[in-house]
Design a protein around this ligand. Structure first.
Ligand code: DLL
Length: 436
């Protein structure tokens, strides 16, 4: 059973009390946003809906959505709801195109975010006796400072390495008896490869027990692989800049999903095409309303992340709803030869083949007549061979595994271990050079 900790009682608030609290907070934040943010007010007026129309939780569906383009269009302060004197911190997310988005936040907003991280860390079994290495990037990205503030608040000894300088990270991990590391799962894989090259065995030479991984989709197969190569427990932490940062949700280990701290972050699942709310149990796009953030409140923010809210309560005793691990974003979906393919499906298929390492790249290009779909994947040291028949055998296994799930037969290129690019932050695993 989960140890008792600072936020344990809050995690287990009885459901009726939780729903009443959410309704009260929703009423307050919607009225606040309506009064202070012109974009929201104009949209509500256009829809003919007023803050007073929120009488039940279901009434939230009457209110307009917010999305990333709103933050871009209103950059930098169009969605800021407080005077600048109350702003304590900025975080920005660059995205891939155009202007960044900027989230000004109050000191209270940072506290709510920190609390989310503390609740996640406690849930993973981390205590003040742990030494926590924060290898997420520090700066405008929320990973570094988010994990740092949470671990520090919990009373852990924090090692703020940030991203990169991998050999030094491994040395410090050993010398300072680090017990938990926070980074992207893809960076941990890189760290593991470098450790192996340096002759460092995590089990033998370090005290590492926990990995707190997030910021990018990763599959259950990847989680098993990480645990197998390192002997640590791989925990999932979810979040996004617009809503706070890491610590919006985390997994408790009792169910295969993440508790979303819904006393602060109210979740809905909507059909990504019709935008109609879906009942718990059905998969769709996760939409979040921040209940206690006042610098840049987000009302019905479309995350683009695909998930599902579980109907059943988690056996751990927490009443906060469990959401499915985010395996994909709606905008990650590739359409190849008319078939919908998520990169996470490819990852799961690849990792079923024991000779294959968890490093891969999906490359798409157009030829004169059709799309070319290629997967480059590393083969583990020892399995890579000059013998054509050995390699052909692995290639066939990979191909069959993908064909079975996705129904397509990509070109499979097996490459030696260490030959594909590594990332210190979020990894980019898809290169789509097709003509649009
Ligand atoms: O990635 C915040 C974060 C930092 C979360 C460190 C966890 C750990 P953004 O850069 O705004 O913020 O990116 C948010 O990353 O909408 C998801 O698509 C993806 N994402 C974040 N955590 C997970 C996760 C941070 N655990 C976007 N699993 C989100 C899957 C995740 N995807």
């Amino acid at each position: 059973m989960q140890q008792k900790n600072l936020f344990y009682d809050k995690d287990c608030i009885p459901v009726p009390a939780l729903r009443a609290m959410q309704l009260e907070k929703l009423r307050k934040i919607i009225a606040y946003e309506y009064e202070r943010v012109a974009l929201f007010r104009t949209r509500c007026d256009k829809k003919g809906v007023k803050p007073r129309d929120l009488e039940t939780l279901a009434d939230l569906a009457k209110f307009p959505f917010m999305k990333k383009t709103d933050l871009r269009d209103e950059y930098p302060f169009g969605l800021t709801a407080t005077p600048m004197s109350e702003i304590n911190r900025f975080h920005c997310s660059s995205g891939t195109t155009g202007k960044p988005i900027c989230i000004p936040q109050t000191a209270g907003d940072v506290e709510v975010w920190t609390e989310g991280v503390v609740r996640c860390l406690s849930m993973y079994g981390i205590t003040k006796d742990d030494v926590v290495q924060v290898s997420y990037g520090y700066g405008l990205f929320t990973g570094g400072l988010g994990a740092h503030y949470g671990a520090e608040k919990l009373g852990c000894a924090v090692l703020p390495t940030g991203a990169g300088n991998t050999e030094k990270q491994i040395m410090l991990m050993k010398d300072l008896n680090v017990t938990a590391i926070c980074c992207t799962p893809s960076y941990f894989l890189h760290l593991a490869t470098v450790a192996e090259k340096l002759g460092v065995d995590f089990r033998r030479d370090t005290k590492l027990k926990h990995g707190i991984f997030g910021a990018e989709p990763w599959t259950d197969e990847m989680r098993s692989k990480i645990e197998e190569i390192s002997g640590i427990t791989a925990h999932d932490i979810y979040g996004l800049t617009e809503i706070a940062g890491p610590g919006v949700a985390g997994n408790c280990g009792h169910s295969n999903g993440l508790h979303i701290w819904e006393d602060h972050f109210y979740p809905e699942i909507v059909d990504p095409d019709t935008l109609e709310p879906l009942p718990d149990g059905e998969e769709g796009e996760l939409v979040i309303t921040t209940l206690d953030r006042f610098g840049t409140p987000m009302i019905r923010y479309r995350t683009r992340d695909l998930s599902r809210l579980h109907v059943e309560q988690c056996p751990c005793g927490r009443t906060m709803r469990v959401m499915d691990r985010v395996h994909a974003r709606s905008d990650d979906m590739l359409i190849i030869h008319g078939v919908n393919v998520f990169p996470s499906q490819i990852e799961a298929c690849l990792l079923k083949v024991p000779q294959v390492a968890p490093h891969y790249m999906i490359e798409l290009s157009s030829t004169a007549t059709m799309d070319r779909f290629e997967i480059k994947v590393e083969v583990i040291d020892g399995a890579f061979s000059d013998t054509i028949s050995d390699m052909e055998l692995i290639r066939r296994k990979v191909s069959a595994s993908i064909k079975e799930v996705v129904g397509l037969s990509p070109v499979i290129t097996l490459v030696p271990s260490g030959s594909l690019p590594r990332s210190e932050g979020k990894i980019k695993r898809v290169i789509d050079n097709r003509k649009k």
